[in-house]
Design a protein around this ligand. Structure first.
Ligand code: APR
Ligand code: ZN
Length: 246
């Protein structure tokens, strides 16, 4: 495969956006591919505030199963290539990893400069907006298969610290992502269908900046035309060939 490595120098400014596709080769189902999570589950029941209000036990079973499964798999060569790129740029460049993934595999592969725009499977917070815990979240690996947990402070329901459909992203995380993209030379999207906003619009910020926009994806996503370079294939195979430091 005559693949030319991307032109990334030690002083480059790079933002990478990842989606479920980068974890596919670790064995974690994506959302919209055939057999994906949104084929197996009704997204309105398990990934919306209304679904949580209607049946919190079901939502906690869904996320507990994803917590359990993500601990049984390992990061793949695509995740490790991301961490190697971060190290390659550490001295004189700038690197930001914006991930929609909540599975923790980038963290386990050694990536550090991560903006988790859709939250984390391994963090929990109180669902009661009036709780003195406020919107603070905390590390939580526990499984709640027999019922939703309750808050020690207010007695209200606890929820996974995940951004559900119809909810806003954490404002601090979102503005950090927009700032990094508005300042990059290269915007690399990996393993994402470009179906979910506002993240699907991040490539427009890179284009407005005049950055090179590159896509690595198994298939052509909805917003493929927004990328000046497109590499179709598996992230775990392509990223080590495309990125320095891997
Ligand atoms: N390598 C590269 N790309 C892959 C691979 C692979 N091995 N396998 C699948 N893909 C691609 C698919 O072609 C698809 O375009 O990854 C993309 C996955 O798309 P989605 O399943 O829609 O996942 P994602 O884009 O991350 O979804 C965004 O939607 O449901 C919400 O909050 C959830 O963060 C998620 C958001
Ligand atoms: Zn509370």
């Amino acid at each position: 495969m005559d693949l030319r490595p991307l032109d990334i120098r030690p002083d480059s400014s790079v933002v990478v956006l990842t989606g479920a596709g980068i974890s596919a080769e670790s064995g974690i189902a994506t959302f919209r591919d055939s057999g994906g999570l949104w084929e197996q589950h009704d997204v309105r029941q398990v990934a919306t505030p209304e679904g949580f209000a209607a049946n919190p036990d079901l939502v906690w079973r869904f996320y507990s199963e994803r917590r359990r499964q993500a601990r049984t798999v390992e990061p793949n060569a695509g995740h490790f290539a991301m961490a190697a790129l971060e190290r390659f740029l550490a001295a004189r460049g700038r690197f930001t990893l914006v991930t929609q993934n909540v599975d923790g595999l980038h963290q386990r592969a050694g990536s550090r400069r991560i903006l988790p725009v859709h939250g984390s499977l391994y963090r929990t917070r109180c669902a009661n907006v009036d709780c003195e815990n406020g919107s603070k979240s905390w590390d939580d690996e526990s499984l709640h298969l027999d019922g939703a947990p309750h808050c020690h402070k207010c007695g209200g329901l606890l929820r996974p610290d995940i951004v559900w459909f119809g909810e806003y992203l954490d404002p601090a995380i979102e503005s950090a992502a927009r700032e990094a993209i508005a300042d990059c030379d290269l915007f690399l999207a990996v393993g994402t269908s470009g179906a979910v906003w506002p993240v699907a619009g991040y490539v427009e910020i890179a284009l407005a900046r005049g950055a090179l926009t590159v896509l690595v994806n198994l298939e052509r996503p909805e917003n493929v035309s927004r990328f000046s370079e497109v590499h179709l294939g598996k992230a775990a195979e392509l990223l080590p060939l495309l990125l320095p430091g891997a």
